[in-house]
Design a protein around this ligand. Structure first.
Ligand code: ADP
Ligand code: TRP
Length: 321
């Protein structure tokens, strides 16, 4: 069983990334062969500042390692260090119907947010399909927003297999439905590209500022409220201990929930929740060469797998002569 997922170095990683992808990946280390990688080619579709891509690539690696990913028990690398993925992307793109990409919500959402509609942004799902198929992944743990992209990868794999003969495993998305979409500060999906995140490793002051800016309604304290539609509650419930969560739930339903107080409590809970990982991260970032070394070794291991698949693909499509 091969489990694979990637994350973009397009900003500081946040609690949506943590629940949607990082925690499921870290928990899956013993379930099969795990492939975790930082997708810097994908990040180029939205970020054109080289310094920030470099910083966020090392930053995302430090985050993963600090949160418990063990590079000796998985494949952990940076996408561009295995250049075979771009060749597979091209080959797959020659089989990808335009309509399949035109239907992708993520592309439409991004251009609606003002991101320039480049060819790379449009064909992003083909690169993602190449990521998945190159390593013959069975399972792809992602947040709900990425389900459609995994379905595109399945369609492309099926088309390839039908055209050229059985070659690719058909991957399955795996979504943790209890936290499928973590809401952002403004109630939309939390996303680096929407500027509405709570970073995993914020400094205490910045963490407080973020949490205090979670948008809530202006109902008076004593008025009963629906916890399920409250953005603050929906973030709070991801971290609060069960007993306390029940108490806060009752305050919402019966009246008496004070948003300011719940926010301050959430700051403390978050600070404690990531305390050990924060300490570990501090050590890791003090030695970036050690992180680079881990990533380069991971890329060497991953590349061996990639070359095996690509050799077969070249033969299948007629590039060996
Ligand atoms: P972002 O939208 O912040 O740029 P990415 O697109 O890099 O995040 O997503 C990386 C992983 O984190 C994906 O598996 C994605 O589904 C997951 N993810 C991102 N935001 C959320 C969220 N708000 N809730 C749940 N999962 C999320
Ligand atoms: N598109 C994914 C996202 O934005 C990141 C990604 C790239 C990915 N390649 C992947 C996720 C392969 C899973 C598998 O979140």
């Amino acid at each position: 069983m091969k489990i694979l997922s990637g994350i973009q170095p397009s900003g500081q990683l946040h609690i949506g990334n943590y629940f949607g992808m990082m925690q499921p990946m870290i928990n899956n280390m013993d379930r099969g062969e795990l492939y975790a990688f930082i997708v810097n080619f994908h990040a180029l579709t939205t970020v054109h500042d080289p310094k920030s891509i470099e910083r966020d690539t090392l930053g995302a690696a430090a985050d993963f390692l600090a949160l418990g990913l063990d590079p000796d028990r998985c494949f952990f690398w940076v996408q561009s260090d295995v250049p075979e993925v771009t060749e597979l992307t091209w080959i797959l793109s020659t089989l990808t119907p335009m309509g399949l990409l035109e239907r992708c919500h993520s592309y439409k959402d991004k251009i609606a947010k003002g991101i320039a509609p480049s060819h790379g942004l449009f064909s992003y799902p083909v690169l993602m399909a190449a990521d998945i198929l190159l390593y013959q992944a069975n399972i792809v743990p992602v947040g709900k927003d990425q389900k459609q992209h995994v379905e595109v990868a399945r369609d492309i794999a099926q088309k390839f297999n039908n055209t050229y003969g059985e070659t690719f495993i058909i991957p399955e998305p795996e979504i943790n439905h209890t936290v499928a979409t973590v809401p952002g500060l403004d109630g939309q999906k939390m996303s680096k590209s929407y500027g509405n995140t709570i970073g995993i490793f914020l400094e205490e002051k910045a963490l407080k500022k973020s949490v205090m800016s979670i948008v809530t309604d202006s109902k008076p304290v004593e008025e009963p409220k629906d916890p399920d539609t409250c953005n603050l509650y929906n973030i709070y419930k991801l971290f609060a201990p069960v007993d306390r969560l029940q108490e806060v739930h009752d305050l919402y339903v019966k009246g008496g929930a004070m948003y300011g107080k719940i926010k301050l409590e959430l700051v403390d809970i978050l600070w404690e929740y990531f305390r050990a990982a924060r300490e570990k991260r501090k050590q890791l970032v003090s030695n970036p060469d050690h992180i680079r070394d881990i990533l380069k070794k991971g890329a060497d291991k991953a590349r061996q797998k990639a070359i095996g698949t690509l050799d077969l693909v070249r033969e299948r499509v007629g590039l060996l002569y």
